[in-house]
Design a protein around this ligand. Structure first.
Ligand code: GDP
Ligand code: MG
Length: 372
């Protein structure tokens, strides 16, 4: 909402005040020489007079430009990062059981004292390397996040129950992963069950162009029993293998950028957001803008509630210190200072409000015409 006095605008444009006032009247704006007019009106008049008007840059534009030039100076400093894995599949095929088994098999019991925090993501260590699992319902991770332009998954593990076979949500999951360009590893689950038939699953998947390696295709399929904890190590090894083929890398030594996995208001701690760091390193004390929410990182916690000083690429971290609760899929960016974060938040809120106002205005017109 910037404004300019008519006299100042006239002198900047090099026209007389009388001429400018005449031009304003053509736009149905009655103004005196000492009055202020909104930027939009000044722009329209100046353009009518043959000028090209450059809009002042928003705080966000200035921030992004500075970030871009910084990034180009640091180009090339990429380091390997852990893969981010989403578990997908038909209901009751064993997604939750598998996620629990993977988590527990890799976490020493005494380490987390029996308290499992649900933060929407966790990391496990396999052969000295880390894998990040998203713990949110697979479909949600793909649909709601991708709708917001956030691509967080590197590998999809498709769980198919060997006794039940390919079902509607299995097919849906395949489509989601393909649309996102994410490679699929199939976990053929429940192989312990009497009616289990891994071959039938492979045959059904082949009909959807997922052909097992042992059948001459290129899709890794691992028989597992989440219930009996069988095949889990093989599955994890395959995830690392597929990750290696993707050569996943990210810059580490720069201000962080990430995505909100989930967020809620905690009675004691205020707004709490689980953020997956995509690039750079998030540190305690960093000023951040998350969606339209500004803040400063007061504390970072890992998936077991332990405090962290910083979180690098592919690391999920609980962020405390935001001024409000952001939305899943919102992006997080570290800003040079809190003022920049606040300005960007303000601009984004104004934009959101303007977008919300538009349909309302239309509705009012419709309502009016109905009444007439
Ligand atoms: P989700 O809906 O995909 O998350 O499926 P769940 O993990 O909730 O599992 C659904 C049911 O299948 C539960 O009763 C599990 O105990 C059972 N289940 C999961 N994995 C296995 C398995 O490997 N073998 C057997 N026999 N049952 C399993
Ligand atoms: Mg489940």
């Amino acid at each position: 909402p910037q404004r300019i006095v008519v006299r100042d605008l006239a002198s900047r444009l090099g026209v007389s005040a009388a001429e400018l006032i005449k031009q304003l009247m053509k736009q149905n704006v009655m103004a005196t020489i000492t009055q202020e007019i909104p930027f939009e009106v000044a722009t329209a008049v100046a353009e009518n007079l043959g000028f090209t008007v450059q809009r002042p840059k928003s705080a966000e534009e200035r921030f992004l430009e500075a970030k871009k030039s910084e990034a180009s100076q640091q180009a090339g400093k990429l380091e390997p990062r852990p893969p981010v894995v989403t578990i997908m599949g038909h209901v009751d095929h064993g997604k939750t059981t598998l996620l629990d088994v993977i988590r527990k098999s890799r976490v020493a019991a005494e380490e987390y004292g029996g308290i499992t925090q649900h933060i929407g993501a966790y990391q496990v260590e396999v052969q000295g390397r880390r894998i990040t699992f998203l713990d949110t319902p697979g479909h949600e991770a793909f649909t709601s996040m991708r709708a917001r332009g956030a691509q967080v998954t590197d590998i999809a593990v498709l769980v198919v129950a060997a006794d039940d076979g390919v079902m509607p949500q299995t097919v849906e999951a395949i489509h989601h992963a393909r649309a996102a360009g994410v490679p699929i590893i199939v976990a053929i689950n429940k192989v312990d069950k009497p009616g289990a038939s891994p071959d039938r699953v492979k045959q059904q998947l082949a009909e959807h162009e997922l052909v097992a390696e042992e059948w001459g295709g290129d899709t890794v399929m691992v028989p597992v029993s989440a219930l009996r904890k069988q095949g889990i190590d093989e599955l994890l090894e395959m995830i690392l293998l597929v990750a290696d083929l993707r050569e996943l890398k990210a810059p580490v030594d720069q201000p962080a950028q990430g995505v909100v996995i989930e967020a809620q208001l905690d009675r004691g701690r205020g707004p709490v957001a689980t953020v997956l760091v995509k690039e750079g390193t998030l540190k305690v004390g960093d000023p951040v803008i998350v969606g339209a929410v500004p803040g400063r990182v007061r504390a970072l916690l890992d998936d077991r509630g332990r405090p962290l000083q910083e979180a690098g690429p592919s690391t999920p971290a609980v962020v405390l210190g935001l001024s409000d609760v952001p939305q899943p899929g919102d992006s997080l960016m570290v800003t040079p200072d809190e003022e920049t974060a606040r300005r960007i938040a303000q601009e984004r809120l104004e934009k959101q409000r303007a977008e919300q106002l538009r349909p309302t205005a239309r509705m009012t017109l419709e309502t009016l015409s109905k009444m007439a």
